[in-house]
Design a protein around this ligand. Structure first.
Ligand SMILES: *[C@@H]1O[C@H](CO)[C@@H](O)[C@H](O)[C@H]1NC(C)=O
Ligand SMILES: *[C@@H]1O[C@H](CO)[C@@H](O)[C@H](O)[C@H]1NC(C)=O
Ligand SMILES: *[C@@H]1O[C@H](CO)[C@@H](O)[C@H](O)[C@H]1NC(C)=O
Ligand SMILES: *[C@@H]1O[C@H](CO)[C@@H](O)[C@H](O)[C@H]1NC(C)=O
Ligand SMILES: *[C@@H]1O[C@H](CO)[C@@H](O)[C@H](O)[C@H]1NC(C)=O
Length: 451
């Protein structure tokens, strides 16, 4: 008798402890669901700093039912996109963890996997409006409880970006911020602003494009639109279908990884406002004067600091390049070359920087540069890492032409200017570059006078 009592008590305690640890998970479906099709459910999973790995399903009707939802804190919604195979997004856990590390939030993952998992993309697109209406009702409830819409941030990936837009439009654009990570293109390209995300959907809309030639949206949609590596092919992603399964989604998914780097403050990516990627690569958009002391806007989570000036400019297209893996940020230099060859030379320059902390390389080869006697040629160099103190510089000149005779570049002066650090440019006067032969030298601080 005593034993039974003891055991049931133990059982009760065990059940109680288990209950406290009970977490709700993102819906995990498989390909069979995606083939048969499932009907939309909109599940809201709350995560807080108390336990960033334990989600709690929220009630759609009773906000006080979950005591962890603290309406005096700002709220961020994370909204995934199309899930062709029904699996949970691979980036979800890291996103939750990094956002909560950065800010004390109600982080709500909008799990509409039942509506997004379908081999038929059009079905998922159909469900975006329904998911948005459901989410709108929830936010209306928050508003009734006294939450200010400006304290709400929605981060939408792919189709999730348009869902954010629909919610924002339902709420008359009063939501504080929408961040769109590679908003979906197919079925949205060419539609009017009511049928997709646009800059009127929130007080501030920032957009990242990483796959405009396939799954993403090409045209600008927000107050600021960032085009990583021009928005098409991302470094480190397979270039052909034969390179493996990630071919279809690598460029698209890169948008989330880039954003997470910015949340984690892994390193800063400065983006340069420009009319086109070509102009950007040509170094025609290096001036950040119109942004005053703050300089050009940075990409990602912290672009909100440029909100006021970006709203005034109404729409800004901005460009940056990245590495193929995290840390994604590159280090930008302006490289100016003056030659004294009699004839015009066309070609490519590779620059290497050497320091105690290693070596950084930049190859300027998007187009052949023109070098002309006593005329300054301005190049824009993106290095894979930042060298704190440059001890030596190597230069290589090439024309990319195998059959022509080897050319020489008679350099009168080369000047390297770090674009993020305030420091004296590095110079070297009078060097001869033979084609495809690397020349290494110690740079000196440039003379103050502009030559
Ligand atoms: C939103 O979706 C959930 C789950 O699918 C449902 O229980 C709830 O009633 C919906 N809310 C509205 C306003 O339709
Ligand atoms: C958070 O939740 C996880 C999953 O249930 C659990 O294993 C872990 O012990 C919890 N951590 C804290 C600090 O409560
Ligand atoms: C909401 O949930 C709380 C806590 O569980 C409960 O006390 C309250 O009665 C619920 N309100 C409604 C309207 O169901
Ligand atoms: C809710 O959040 C606010 C602001 O962070 C904090 O001051 C307050 O103590 C929190 N309330 C509860 C019940 O945790
Ligand atoms: C966050 O950034 C730090 C460097 O500041 C890095 O060591 C760490 O790996 C990053 N974490 C993630 C999850 O990316």
């Amino acid at each position: 008798m005593f034993l039974w009592q003891y055991l049931s008590l133990l059982l009760l305690i065990t059940v109680h402890v288990c209950k406290a640890q009970d977490c709700d998970e993102f819906t995990d479906l498989d390909l069979s669901h995606a083939i048969i099709g499932t009907s939309l459910k909109t599940r809201l999973l709350l995560y807080t700093r108390e336990n960033a790995t334990c989600g709690k399903l929220l009630s759609h009707t009773n906000l006080t039912a979950n005591p962890k939802l603290n309406l005096s804190r700002p709220t961020t919604f994370v909204i995934h996109g199309y899930r062709p195979t029904g699996s949970p997004p691979a980036w979800l856990d890291k996103t939750v963890q990094l956002l909560l590390e950065r800010e004390d939030l109600n982080l709500i993952v909008v799990d509409w996997n039942y509506g997004a998992a379908n081999v038929n993309y059009f079905k998922a697109v159909e469900n975006t409006h329904k998911a948005a209406d459901n989410l709108t009702a929830f936010i209306e409830l928050m508003r009734k409880e006294g939450v200010s819409l400006s304290s709400i941030h929605m981060i939408g990936v792919s189709l999730g970006a348009h869902i954010s837009g629909f919610v924002g439009a339902n709420l008359m654009g009063d939501i504080g911020r929408i961040t769109a990570l590679d908003p979906a293109g197919p079925q949205f390209t060419g539609t009017g602003p009511d049928e997709r995300l646009d800059s009127k959907d929130a007080q501030f809309v920032d957009v990242l494009h990483t796959d405009i030639d396939s799954l993403g949206f090409r045209e600008p949609l927000g107050h600021i639109d960032f085009y990583a590596n021009g928005g098409t092919d991302q470094p480190g992603c397979p270039k052909t279908i034969f390179s493996g399964g990630s071919y279809f989604k690598c460029d698209h998914q890169r948008s989330v990884l880039l954003y997470l780097d910015s949340v984690n403050q892994t390193c800063t990516i400065k983006a340069f406002p420009c009319a086109s990627y070509k102009d950007f690569l040509d170094g025609n958009c290096l001036s950040c004067e119109r942004f005053g002391a703050a300089g050009c806007p940075v990409f990602g989570h912290d672009v909100i600091r440029w909100k006021d000036v970006l709203l005034k400019l109404r729409q800004t297209k901005s460009f940056f390049t990245t590495n193929g893996v995290s840390p994604f940020c590159m280090t930008n230099y302006r490289v100016e070359v003056v030659i004294w060859n009699e004839d015009v030379r066309w070609g490519y320059i590779t620059v290497k920087l050497h320091g105690n902390d290693g070596e950084a390389v930049a190859t300027i080869d998007h187009t052949a540069a023109k070098f002309q006697k006593f005329t300054e040629t301005r190049l824009f160099a993106h290095f894979n890492k930042d060298i704190q103190l440059v001890k030596k510089v190597s230069l290589t000149f090439s024309t990319g032409n195998v059959f022509k005779p080897k050319y020489k570049l008679r350099i009168l002066r080369v000047r390297l200017t770090h674009l993020e650090r305030e420091e004296r440019p590095l110079c070297r006067y009078d060097i001869l570059l033979k084609e495809n032969k690397e020349v290494t030298f110690r740079p000196i601080l440039c003379e103050e006078s502009n030559f």
